[in-house]
Ligand binder design. Structure first.
Ligand code: ZN
Length: 200
């Protein structure tokens, strides 16, 4: 599986892209320096600041791996890993909850849609992780868990993921790959979202 760092950077990139230049140019900038377009939140509700949106989406993008915690506490890392928190029903439920919680300050549809994208990014990255990179089957996930437990495996692996242990050569290489790849994606997203004329 990718490390939490990769999922966090994916969530951050989404937070930047969902408030990008197209939406920015469609409406006047909101008051108080918040960069969320005013049209995204109902009139009268102060828009959710960009930093809060980023924190929410980073948390959502990392959320499925909360199923590691019981195993880590019991000394069996993968005891419950890749269970229902990695399934589409859970992703839809989390997206709906985020939409309800932030309906006034973010807009229900926009908050839910972006949260679903963050959950989807986690599922996609995990599905693209495998023991051998290239046209080799990835580890796979039970996408319909808990409704159905059959695992879906993609026929290619693009991410090495981490294994047992901490500072093993495999894990260090995996983290380095993630820093370069997802760091570049996050930087590109931040640059794309920057208003025209701001900085070089
Ligand atoms: Zn995961």
């Amino acid at each position: 599986m990718p490390t939490p760092l990769a999922h966090a950077l994916a969530g951050y990139a989404l937070s930047r892209l969902q408030g990008g230049p197209r939406a920015r140019s469609a409406v006047p900038p909101p008051p108080h320096g918040a960069d969320l377009p005013a049209a995204a939140a109902p009139p009268g509700a102060p828009p959710l600041p960009a930093a809060r949106r980023a924190a929410v989406l980073i948390g959502v993008a990392m959320l499925p791996d909360a199923d590691l915690l019981p195993g880590l506490l019991l000394g069996q890392r993968n005891l419950l890993h890749h269970g229902f928190t990695h399934g589409l029903p859970f992703a839809l439920a989390v997206a709906a909850l985020v939409g309800v919680i932030f309906r006034h300050r973010w807009g229900a549809a926009r908050a839910a849609g972006t949260a679903l994208a963050a959950m989807g990014s986690h599922i996609l990255l995990d599905m693209l992780t495998g023991a051998r990179l290239g046209l080799h089957p990835a580890y796979g996930l039970a996408l319909l868990s808990p409704l159905r437990e059959g695992s879906v495996r993609l026929p290619l692996s693009l991410l090495p993921g981490t294994g047992p242990g901490l500072l093993t050569a495999r894990n260090v290489a995996a983290v380095a790959t993630e820093i370069v790849l997802f760091g570049a994606i996050a930087l590109a997203a931040a640059r794309l979202a920057r208003p025209r004329g701001e900085g070089a």
